[in-house]
Write a protein that binds this ligand. Sequence first.
Ligand SMILES: [Zn+2]
Length: 323
Amino acid sequence: MEIITHTDYFILKRMAPGVFATIAKPGTGAWSNAGFVDLGTELLVFDAFNTPAAAEELKKQAEKLTGKKVKYLVNSHYHGDHVFGNQVFEDLPIISTELTREWIKDKNAIGDVDVETQETQNYLDNLMLQIKSEKDEIIKQSLSNQYLEMQVMLTQIPFMELTLPTITFENKLVISGTERHVELYCFGGGHTPSDTFLYVPKEKAAFMGDIVTDNLHLPVFHPEEFLTILESTRTMEIDILLPGHGDIGSNEKVETMIDYVTMLKEAAEGAVAADVELEDFVSSFVIPEEFKKWKGMQGIKRNLKTVFDFYKKDVEKTATQSI
Ligand SMILES: [Zn+2]
């Protein structure tokens, strides 16, 4: 993969002709990845990082490299690390699904600066205590990155303005340019209530948002829809993809995600069928070897609970229906 440049926030790489990835350096103000596509006469940016400062650098680098202007921004899902840079693109059409727009509006509201600053400071103080007492080096490193990232966020709070998408779609949107077109797909919500990914057919390249991440226990919102979305990408020819977190790879990363979500699903379904209590399920769970080194280790407990609750409700619903 050709590295074009290193910036303070990300590494800019060429994935394919006209398709570029900006791989975040977590702890700098860019927590998740973003990317951009040269449509021919203008550019389309996919996701906007965690801070306006990182998004500003993305816009600058994209326009410098191509000599073209950014015309569109896409938000893959509502999480702040993908949308808090939106304000840099406030004069442009910002595209997401209707549901993602609603969730950005509801969940990412930026309140009173003093209150937000105080809350972030409290969060940081708490995090520092956790870092000091943590024995596991992998978890310690991950918490330290979070600490650095939140420190950058703290400095940005006075300048942050929630900027909402202005154009929404439901399942599919095609944006055509003179050189290539991109396809946006939303097959439901697996990681959040609504997850969009981008496909560039000409280059067989894809930006996956957080539907695909690299060796990371990212949050699972809805296990069944997560699998449906991942399986639907199997029908597409994807030679190269950008995960929401981690480095560029092939569609093997999709298969790894399918394995991960399936593992959670089968474990939870088994526990529910055997009438195991949630606490016992989580505390006795042994992480399979292939996922043991994944980052964000705290995340697996949260995922076990989400997936367990999901199938428990499913069983209860079926039981009520059959009465
Ligand atoms: Zn996310």
